[in-house]
Design a binder for this molecule. Structure first.
Ligand SMILES: Cc1cc2nc3c(=O)[nH]c(=O)nc-3n(C[C@H](O)[C@H](O)[C@H](O)COP(=O)(O)O)c2cc1C
Length: 397
């Protein structure tokens, strides 16, 4: 058994049974392809490396053979490897990913020139309709060259998807490996949320008690981040409004931050976008503490914090987004109350779906949820929050 086989699917099954040809061109970013191919394998993919001669001067083919368990294809042979993997055959690969792609390779692809193994795979994939993603990486001066830009446009017209580089310190840098993997998942997946604009409001509110202390709760943000990842990987345009929580939202998903209920109300007021769906899984304060100026002095024998009921955010969201599908979360202490309380919340606020769970969900990796819609149709699901996110998003399709 090759060492790469031990890795297969250890992180997720998102790319299980997917075969990906990884074309590597002669950019310095080729040094990242060992990590990239191993991450794709961790999500279940079989990665077949193909290299240009220039790439072999930057990273040794043995490194990619070690990473993927396949000998990199550098010269085509009588096996016609380009046709075997990317041609009009019974079982072509699921994706051709050229990462990193040089100015030279993408320009040749735009003009149908194939004089390296990588460009011949490209020509074949375009002709047979194999999904094709390019991740360009080069110095900014090359990236800004008008002809290179025109060639990128030509490639896009040919149906090739580009993952845009991060422009940083005069370089058009390859995005993070996580971003590339997420885009690979989109491109080999069913894209059943494509074109959907989805807003996810997650995390906890943090209401000030004085100038340095806050009243918050134990929301980890895991549900919000799981929903954002799942929606992104299914092709949706995702935006996250994120409160006080420790889970990190991936950098490639746009985020707006809030701390207080007042902040959420301001975000609602300034928002200009129309969302097909709004998912409110944030743990929003039910009571607002009366705020003291400065610092409540320490050393008191007793301190009482006066609170008043907070405005109900879900009502405001329905008011400003009358046409959006709204999915709200309801937390109860006891499982037996979930259905009844979920139905009350649904009808009171004219919601589309309520996801009800108990307080054991807070901070946990797993959860049990009741998903109920306005026709009172309900299902119960139990599992990791990443898996549950999929069931919740199925209600938007
Ligand atoms: C160390 C080194 C780093 C390079 N990095 C890049 C790069 O990031 N992007 C790029 O377009 N070309 C880069 N080049 C230039 C390409 O290697 C060169 O254009 C080559 O002809 C590309 O061949 P290929 O497209 O067949 O791989 C680099 C060259 C060297 C020597």
């Amino acid at each position: 058994m090759h060492p790469a086989d031990d890795l297969c699917g250890i992180k997720s099954k998102k790319l299980s049974k997917k075969r990906i040809v990884l074309g590597v061109a002669g950019s310095i970013a080729a040094v990242e392809t060992v990590k990239l191919s191993r991450e794709l394998i961790r999500h279940g993919a079989d990665v077949i490396p193909v290299m240009t001669n220039a790439a072999t001067k930057i990273i040794h083919p043995d490194a990619l053979e070690f990473a993927t368990s396949h000998k990199p294809i550098i010269e085509l042979s009588g096996q016609t490897e380009h046709v075997f993997f990317c041609g009009l055959v019974k079982n072509p690969v699921d994706l051709l990913l050229i990462c990193p792609c040089t100015a030279n390779t993408l320009s040749k692809i735009a003009h149908g020139i194939d004089d390296t193994a990588v460009t011949t795979f490209a020509t074949t994939a375009i002709g047979s309709g194999v999904p094709f993603v390019i991740v360009p990486a080069m110095h900014l001066s090359m990236y800004k060259h008008k002809v290179v830009q025109n060639n990128i446009e030509k490639c896009k017209e040919l149906g090739i998807t580009f993952i845009e580089p991060n422009i940083f310190q005069n370089k058009a840098k390859m995005p993070s490996i996580d971003e590339i993997v997420a885009n690979v998942v989109i491109n080999v997946g069913k894209q059943d949320l494509k074109e959907k604009n989805i807003l996810i409001i997650g995390g906890a509110t943090a209401e000030p008690i004085d100038d340095i202390r806050i009243l918050t709760n134990k929301s980890s943000g895991k549900t919000a981040v799981s929903l954002a990842n799942n929606a992104f990987e299914r092709g949706a345009n995702v935006e996250v409004w994120y409160g006080y929580a420790k889970e990190t939202v991936p950098l490639y998903i746009p985020v707006k931050h809030f701390e207080t209920i007042e902040d959420i109300l301001s975000l609602l007021k300034s928002n200009k976008k129309t969302f097909d769906a709004i998912i409110v899984c944030a743990a929003i304060a039910d009571y607002l503490p009366k705020k003291h100026k400065g610092k409540i002095s320490s050393g008191k024998n007793k301190l009482t914090i006066e609170c008043s009921p907070a405005p109900k955010i879900i009502q405001k969201i329905r008011e400003v987004a009358p046409k959006s599908k709204i999915i709200a979360f309801k937390v109860e202490e006891n499982k037996k109350d979930l259905k009844e309380e979920a139905l009350k919340l649904l009808s009171k606020n004219n919601l589309d779906v309520v996801v009800a769970n108990t307080i054991s969900a807070f901070g946990a990796d797993e959860n049990e949820i009741l998903i109920i819609d306005k026709e009172r149709k309900s299902i119960t699901k139990k599992g990791k929050k990443e898996q549950l996110a999929g069931y919740i998003l199925d209600t938007i399709k």
